[in-house]
Write a protein that binds this ligand. Sequence first.
Ligand SMILES: *Cc1c(COP(=O)(O)O)cnc(C)c1O
Length: 306
Amino acid sequence: MFYFKEIKSENQEIKLPIFKNNNIRVFIKREDLIHSIISGNKFRKLKYNVEKALNEKKDQIITFGGAFSNHILATAYIGKLTNLKTIGIIRGDELLNKKLNSTLQNCKNFGMKFLFISRTDYKKRNNAEYINTLRKKHTNSFIIPEGGTNYLGVKGCEEILEKDDDFFDVICCPVGSGGTVAGLINSKKKFQKILGFSALKSSNINNVITKFVNNNDWKIFDDNFFKGYSKIDNRLVNFINDINKQTGILLDPIYNSKMLYHIIKMISNDQWIYGKKILLINTGGLQSINEINFKLKKKGCEIINH
Ligand SMILES: *Cc1c(COP(=O)(O)O)cnc(C)c1O
């Protein structure tokens, strides 16, 4: 499909003393550069879903997410590109009468309509009965699950790794709903291992990933350093600023920075047993950085963004 033809990203080496001293080489795949505000992996997960929606002559896409969701924004943007209408079912009915945050304002500018639902109702998002009711109410709609993680989303993420990436022993990727890491697992070479770094604490994500993958050569680390999803402290902010200063790469505070922090921690504690040639998948996710900084400034820290 022509909208996605150009998806291709470069690997860039990250040179830090800790890697050099341990004889480790680390590269980062700049999926974050695929688009200035849409996370690279979200484009990949939407590719075959949108293709199917268009082939089936649907006129609308419905999907789910939180108020800062990169997936919701990517869906709104693709809707605008393809002339498909979009509905975002957003977690939190308290948002109904509030001013839209910048993520949702961008979605609206791309033409998305919203349905704000309570956190209790949001829990039903994968429930067959609930989905059927949605289908009946919104005829001729294509429904995509939260995070774009379904069979077709995983298929799109099987295109992230390329031939040159055979160089690496281990591929690391942040994990939310699990689709991206599942695609990597399915497309890796036999000699490679996939490590996923969950942005959530004690998630049930292993079971989700297992449903989509064709081998067992992978491992997921839960977020046990930063107290869970979207929790950001001073230590993390300093780490992000420090990496940016040393490498020129700005990592997002929800997913990619926590992954690299975790890896460096394991290397410094002599717990790294996964190979000397590491590829990190940088999934992007900087679109909400100003909003996050607004909150951080109240706590006395700030991600330096330039
Ligand atoms: C959604 C997202 C992820 C997680 O991807 P999943 O396929 O949901 O596991 C990682 N990084 C960023 C920036 C994201 O937006």
